[in-house]
Design a protein around this ligand. Structure first.
Ligand SMILES: [Zn+2]
Length: 231
C-alpha cells in the first residue's frame, strides 16, 4: 500500500518537473489542485481508491487477487475444484521439507460449499456459533472453496489443527519457506483482529511466488495488502 502512495507522489513530482517545451505538460494549476486534493483526502481513501475491485460471476478480485474472507463470500455454485498450480507447488514444498527430514502431510484441501455448510453446522452444534466462527468459516466464506488452500499437518499429527503446530519442526519450516512456493500463512499470529480468525499456522493459501514473497517481507495480511483493512 505504501508503494501505491509513493507512486502517486512520484507522479505528482514528475508532473511538477515537466518542461515548458513539452506540449503535453500538465499545467501548474492542475498540479496545485491535485496536491490540494491529496492533502485533504484521508489516507484510507487514497489507499482504497488505489485498488481495483472486480466481481466476476460472483467471485471478488481485488488487484486481480481472488479474495474471500469473513465479509466477502463466494457463490454457492462456485466449484472450481483443486487448483492444479497450487497442488503442484504444495507437493514441491512438502517434498523439499521432507527431504530435510520433516514429515509433511496434507490434512485438508479443496472443499465444496455444501461440504463447508455441513462442517460449519456440526461445529455450531458442538461449540456454539460464537466459538465456531473463530475457527470455521460460514458457507461461502471458506478459502478452501477456492481450491487454492491447504491445511498442512505432520505424520505425528498430535499438533495438527492446533496453534502448537507453529512450534513443531513442520510448522516452523512452513512459516519460513511457504512463500518460496507461492503460499502465505493466511491467518497469522497477531492479526486476528484483521482476518477475523485465530492464528492458523497450518492453513496456507496459494497466491503465487511474487505476491507471497512481498507479503512475507511486509508481514501484511491479504486484507491489509488489498486495502480492505482500515486502521
Ligand atoms: Zn484451512
Amino acid at each position: 500500500m505504501n508503494k501505491l502512495l509513493i507512486t502517486s507522489a512520484a507522479a505528482l513530482l514528475l508532473a511538477a518537473c515537466g518542461t515548458d517545451d513539452n506540449d503535453t505538460v500538465i499545467s501548474d494549476e492542475s498540479v496545485k489542485s491535485w496536491n490540494t486534493a491529496l492533502k485533504t483526502m484521508p489516507l484510507t481513501k487514497i489507499f482504497i481508491e488505489s485498488h481495483h475491485k472486480e466481481v466476476r460471476q460472483g467471485v471478488t478480485y481485488i488487484d486481480d487477487v481472488l479474495i474471500v474472507n469473513k465479509k466477502i463470500a463466494l457463490p454457492a455454485d462456485y466449484n472450481p475444484g483443486e487448483n492444479k498450480t497450487a497442488r503442484r507447488e504444495i507437493e514441491r514444498l512438502m517434498t523439499a521439507g521432507n527431504r530435510e527430514g520433516l514429515q509433511f502431510v496434507i490434512r485438508s484441501g479443496y472443499r465444496t460449499y455444501e461440504h463447508q455448510a455441513q462442517l460449519y453446522s456440526e461445529y455450531v452444534a458442538r461449540d456454539g456459533q460464537v466459538a465456531a466462527d473463530k475457527y470455521s468459516a460460514q458457507p461461502g466464506h471458506s478459502e478452501h472453496q477456492t481450491g487454492l488452500t491447504f491445511d498442512i499437518g505432520s505424520v505425528a499429527s498430535a499438533n495438527d489443527f492446533r496453534i502448537s503446530f507453529g512450534n513443531t519442526p513442520e510448522g516452523a519450516w512452513l512459516q519460513d519457506h511457504a512463500h518460496e512456493y507461492g503460499f502465505i500463512i493466511r491467518y497469522p499470529e497477531g492479526k486476528e483482529h484483521i482476518t477475523g480468525y485465530q492464528y492458523e499456522p497450518w492453513h496456507v493459501r496459494y497466491v503465487g511466488q511474487s505476491l507471497a514473497e512481498e507479503l512475507y517481507d511486509s508481514h501484511e495480511t491479504l486484507e491489509e495488502y488489498l486495502g480492505l483493512y482500515k486502521q
